[in-house]
Design a protein around this ligand. Structure first.
Ligand code: UDP
Ligand code: GLC
Length: 473
């Protein structure tokens, strides 16, 4: 039997096939292996840039807000979360670009709504506690109780969708509602897949639901990395070439120190880029003279903050700043981290600073930036942001991360969960400022060119345009 395509196969134009040899499993180094030693294999297994459309961000004008064009498709974006997670940050520039004619439907209240509205985006709330309450744990029976509410939300969303040309689901619950309502709204459905769909992250029931909805109702999947795309191919048996891969775009200019952003974007990172690190640290309440590693992201077991604490216990002169809070009920994990820091005798060198809005300043206050996810990271915005901030990034080599970081060229890769490897990587970079500087320079250039917001918007808008045209024609 042929591998299924997505519903109503849309043109798959510019995306060449996924190469089976890049299967995500190939990106996992064996437990305990030292990445620096084995990195060439890893890097060669990483993703070829030619796979993606590359747009030179330096030569394109930054057109965040679409000129109102009557012929341009109007888009209904749907997101289940009110919280500020990576998927929501990814949606912001796209929703802003479509603000003149598009709308965003949110299925939960939270700070995401205000962020969208501040950008001039029309937000419609469709909140139902019974539907929001369906979680991985309650999936087996919870959805039965929530059925009437689910039906109401599906119908409401279908009504919203009928005012637009294309429906863009940005999360899995958004996908469920938009897919169930498709017989009512009959609009092309795009799903931006932000997750690696494997048993490591999700239950069997959830994966089965996603698999069938994608097969039956989605017109175009856009994956946030090749690793995420591979996981969908493995789950659904769909053709690799039917999935587009569009990496998140990051506004690099926002990560430069104000003076360098105005004057010379090519200036060297760190103190030389215009950042007065001492003053910055004083403002942020961080020790001015310490050697500081920063770890950015929500506090959650799979983000691996505990790995960084274990490493810190073996690095007596180093401080660690944890930026982020639990976003999805992982308060127990935060408590465990604080207990772990106490038990290891490093509490004085670990700074829990909670959720921060000015991520560029916090990143520039660091000597090095860590990424420690123990499960494959689907993409990893924080990795690109650290690069854009002109800091050397040490990142866990799994999932989408090797698509961003090339070991020793624009960053440093370590084996996920390998404490000894992380200690060694931090020591190597701490003892070699010239190396740090070289990595940071290459990193900043990559962030600016390969992960620009313009490239991201161009790719997304091409997919949206094709979806709308295929429905009309
Ligand atoms: N972030 C933030 N404030 C914080 C911690 C994180 O604004 O205190 C942002 C961070 O800059 C990044 C996003 O949250 O843009 C996290 O996205 P990522 O893709 O790294 O991880 P996710 O949480 O989506 O898995
Ligand atoms: C998800 C993933 C993260 C990714 C983000 C944006 O939240 O966990 O890795 O960077 O989506 O695509």
């Amino acid at each position: 039997m042929n591998a299924p395509e997505f519903a109503r196969g849309l043109p798959r134009a510019e995306t060449p096939p996924l190469d089976a040899s890049d299967a995500p499993t190939a990106l996992h180094a064996p437990a305990g292996a030292s990445i620096p030693a084995s990195s060439s294999a890893l890097v060669s297994a990483s993703i070829s840039d030619t796979f993606f459309e590359t747009v030179d961000a330096t030569r394109t004008t930054h057109t965040r807000r679409a000129q109102h064009d009557a012929a341009a498709p109007t888009v209904l974006f749907v997101d289940q979360s009110g919280q500020l997670g990576g998927a929501e940050f990814a949606l912001l520039p796209l929703a802003e670009h479509h603000a003149a004619s598009g709308e965003v439907v949110l299925l939960s209240e939270g700070p995401f709504r205000a962020k969208l509205e501040a950008l001039g985006v029309t937000v419609r709330m469709r909140v139902d506690a019974r539907v929001s309450g369906i979680s991985r744990q309650s999936l087996r029976f919870g959805w039965l109780r929530a059925l009437p509410a689910l039906a109401r939300q599906t119908i409401g969303l279908a009504r919203d969708a009928r005012r637009h040309d294309v429906v863009f689901a940005n999360t899995q619950k958004a996908l469920v509602l938009a897919a169930l309502g498709k017989p009512l709204h009959r609009r092309p459905l795009i799903w931006y897949q932000h997750d690696i769909l494997s048993g490591e992250h999700f239950g069997r029931m959830q994966l089965t639901i996603v698999k069938w909805l994608v097969r039956l109702a989605v017109d175009q999947v856009i994956a946030n990395s090749r690793a995420s795309a591979h996981s969908l191919v493995a789950l659904t048996g769909c053709k690799p070439e039917s999935i587009r891969v569009v990496h998140n775009g990051i506004d690099s200019a926002a990560f430069l120190p104000p003076r360098a952003a105005e004057a010379d974007a090519a200036a060297a990172p760190s103190e030389a880029d215009g950042t007065d690190v001492r003053a910055l640290r004083e403002r942020l309440g961080l020790p001015a003279n310490a050697w500081i590693a920063g770890l950015f992201g929500r506090l959650a077991p799979w983000k691996g903050q505990h790995v960084a604490l274990d490493a810190l216990a073996r690095l007596p002169d180093t401080h660690l700043v944890l930026v982020g809070t639990p976003l999805f009920g992982e308060q127990d994990y935060e408590r465990q981290l604080r207990e772990q820091a106490e038990a290891l005798g490093i509490a004085g060198r670990v700074h829990f600073v909670g959720f921060q809005h000015d991520i560029p300043s916090w990143m520039r206050a660091m000597d090095v930036i860590l990424h420690t996810s123990t499960s494959a990271e689907p993409f990893g915005r924080v990795v690109v942001e650290g690069m854009a901030a002109g800091r050397a990034v040490i990142a866990a080599a799994a999932g989408g991360v090797p698509e961003i970081v090339s070991h020793r060229r624009n960053g440093w890769l370590v084996t996920p969960g390998d404490v000894a490897g992380l200690v060694q990587a931090i020591e190597t970079l701490r003892d070699d400022p010239a190396l740090r500087q070289r990595l940071a320079l290459a990193a900043r250039e990559d962030a600016r060119t390969r992960f620009s917001v313009q490239r991201y918007l161009d790719s997304m808008n091409r997919a949206i345009g094709e979806a709308a045209r295929s429905a009309r024609g």
